[in-house]
Design a protein around this ligand. Structure first.
Ligand code: HEM
Length: 458
C-alpha cells in the first residue's frame, strides 16, 4: 500500500461559513480537496470529513473495536441525558444498554403503536389554525413529543401528562440554548454543582438545573409507581425496560432508566419533527410528487410510494448532518490516514449528494428508491448513521413519518406560505428548514379516508 498522503485541511475561516451555508461550504471543500478533508475546530481533535458511502462504511466499522462516539457527545449532552445514556456511553456499558433498549424499539414491538400514533396526530392536526400561516415544524414537535410521552414513557394519566409536557418542552429548550451549550464544560459542571451559583437567577445553568430537577422528580415518581404496580400487558418502552434483564440477570437502576428516558426524548422528538417538516417543505414545492402521493393514498394503494417519499426527504434533507467517531487506532481512508485520537466523520449531507449515486442530487425524486436503481440508492442512504451506533429509533422514526404524513394529507390541504424553498439552517447537530416550514392549511375538500392502511414495513 502506498504511504498515506496528508489530509487536506480546510481553513477555519472557510469552514466557519457552514453555519450560514452548510451544504455550499462543504461542497466547495469537496470540489477543492476531494472526498476527504479535515477541519481543526478549536478545542476539538482534528475532524476528518469523509464524503462517500464507501469511506463512511470504513468509519462505521471502527464501532466494533472502539470508535467512541459517546465520548464526543458527552461534553454537550451529559448535563441533560446523564452518565447512563446510549448517546454518551461507550464500550461494555454502552453495549449492555443497547441490548436492553433495542428490543422494545424493534419493528414488531412498535407496530402495535401505529393506530395510536395516527390518533395522536389526528387530534393535534384538528387544532391547527386554518387560512393563516403557521410554522409546521413546531406543530410536528407537538405530535412527536406526545408519541414519546405516551408510547415510549407510557404515561396515561392526563394530569401527569399535562405537567410533564410543559416541563419537558422547557427542559429541551433550555438545554439546547447556545448560552448553555457554548459554556466550557468544566465551568458548566462547576456552576451546576456549586450551591451558591445555583441560586443566581441570571445564569443559564440556574434555570436549567431548576427545570431538570422538576422533570427528574416526575420521572422518578413515575418509575417508582410502575415498579410498585407493573402492568404485564403494557407495551411502552419504560414498562418493557423495567422488566428487562441482561445476561447476568441485572435490570436497570432508577437512574439508568431516567437517563435513558431523557435520551429517547432528546434523540427522538425534535429529529422526527424536523424530518416531517422537511417532508412537507419538499412536497409543497414538488407538486407532481405530492399529487402522486395523494392519489395513491386516496386510491388505497400500499405505502411503497409513501415510503420512497420519506426516504427521499431524508436523503435530500438529512436531519443529522454528520456522525463523528473518535479513533483508538489510525484509520486508512482512501489515500489518506486519520491518526489515533482524531475524529473521522461521515458527512451525511454530502454523501447523500454524491452525483455518482444520486444523479441531479438537488431534484426531489422518490423514484430513486423504486425500480432498478433502488439497491444502489439504498446502499448509500444513511440518515440514521451506521455501524453498531446506528440510530436505535430508526424504525419508530420511519413509521411515525409515514403515519403522520398520511394523517396530514387526509385532514388538510397545505400550501407553502412563501413559494421560495426554505434553506437548511444549522441547529446543533441538525439541519432545520430556515422558516420552520411556514404553511397555510385549509380543510381537505374531498373528505379523504383517515383509515391507516397496514404498511408494507413498519
Ligand atoms: C428522523 C428521525 C431521526 C433521525 C434522522 C435520527 C438520526 C440519528 C443518527 C444519525 C444517529 C447517530 C448514529 C451514528 O452515530 O451512527 C442517531 C442515534 C440515536 N438515535 Fe436517532 N434519529 C431519529 C429518530 C430517533 C428516535 C425516534 C429515537 C428514539 C425514540 C432515536 C434514538 C436515538 C438514540 C438513542 C441514538 C444513540 C444510539 C447509540 O449511540 O447507540 N432516534 N439517530
Amino acid at each position: 500500500m502506498t504511504p498515506p498522503a496528508p489530509i487536506p485541511r480546510v481553513s477555519l475561516l472557510r469552514a466557519a461559513r457552514y453555519v450560514v451555508d452548510p451544504v455550499g461550504t462543504f461542497e466547495a471543500a469537496r470540489r477543492r480537496h476531494g472526498p476527504v478533508f479535515r477541519v481543526d475546530f478549536p478545542g476539538f481533535p482534528p475532524e476528518v470529513f469523509v464524503t462517500t458511502a464507501e469511506l463512511a462504511e470504513r468509519v462505521y466499522a471502527t464501532d466494533a473495536s472502539g470508535g467512541r462516539a459517546g465520548e464526543i457527545r458527552r461534553q454537550f449532552l451529559e448535563p441533560l441525558v446523564g452518565r447512563h445514556s446510549l448517546l454518551t456511553l461507550d464500550h461494555e456499558p454502552w453495549w449492555r444498554h443497547r441490548r436492553l433498549i433495542s428490543p422494545p424499539l424493534h419493528g414488531r414491538a412498535i407496530a402495535r403503536w401505529r393506530t395510536e400514533i395516527a390518533e395522536i396526530a389526528a387530534a393535534e392536526i384538528a387544532r391547527w389554525p386554518l387560512h393563516t400561516p403557521f410554522a409546521l415544524r413546531d406543530r410536528m414537535q407537538g405530535i412527536t413529543l406526545e408519541v414519546i410521552l405516551r408510547l415510549v414513557f407510557g404515561i396515561r394519566d392526563t394530569r401527569r401528562l399535562d405537567r410533564l409536557r410543559g416541563a419537558v418542552a422547557e427542559l429541551i429548550d433550555v438545554a439546547g440554548s447556545s448560552s448553555l451549550l457554548l459554556m466550557p464544560p468544566r465551568t458548566r459542571e462547576w456552576l451546576l454543582a456549586s450551591p451558591v451559583p445555583r441560586r443566581l437567577p441570571f445564569l443559564p445553568t440556574t434555570r436549567f438545573a431548576r427545570v431538570r430537577e422538576a422533570v427528574d422528580e416526575m420521572l422518578y415518581d413515575e418509575i417508582a409507581g410502575r415498579r410498585a404496580a407493573p402492568d404485564p400487558e403494557a407495551t411502552d418502552v419504560l414498562s418493557l425496560l423495567l422488566a428487562a434483564r441482561d445476561e447476568d440477570g441485572r435490570g436497570m437502576s432508577d437512574q439508568e432508566l431516567r437517563d435513558e428516558l431523557i435520551t429517547l426524548l432528546e434523540a427522538g422528538h425534535e429529529t422526527t419533527a424536523t424530518g416531517l417538516a422537511w417532508a412537507f417543505e419538499r412536497l409543497l414545492r414538488n407538486r407532481p410528487v405530492l399529487d402522486r402521493l395523494t392519489a395513491e393514498l386516496d386510491g388505497g394503494e400500499d405505502e411503497t410510494y409513501l415510503d420512497a417519499v420519506v426516504k427521499e426527504t431524508l436523503r435530500s434533507r438529512p436531519v443529522v448532518y454528520d456522525v463523528p467517531r473518535l479513533l483508538d487506532a489510525p484509520l486508512r481512508l482512501g489515500d489518506h490516514e486519520a491518526e489515533a485520537g482524531w475524529m473521522p466523520s461521515p458527512l451525511i449531507m454530502l454523501i447523500h449528494r454524491d452525483p455518482a449515486v444520486y444523479p441531479e442530487p438537488d431534484a426531489f425524486r422518490p423514484e430513486r428508491f423504486l425500480g432498478p436503481d433502488a439497491a444502489r440508492a439504498n446502499k448509500a442512504w444513511m440518515p440514521f448513521g451506521g455501524g453498531r451506533r446506528y440510530c436505535v429509533g430508526a424504525q419508530l422514526a420511519l413509521m411515525e413519518m409515514r403515519v403522520i404524513i398520511r394523517e396530514v394529507l387526509a385532514a388538510v390541504e397545505l400550501r407553502a406560505a412563501d413559494p421560495a424553498p426554505e434553506r437548511p439552517r444549522v441547529r446543533h447537530v441538525t439541519l432545520v428548514p430556515s422558516k420552520r416550514t411556514r404553511v397555510v392549511a385549509r380543510p381537505v375538500r374531498s373528505g379523504r379516508s383517515r383509515a391507516a392502511a397496514p404498511s408494507r414495513a413498519v
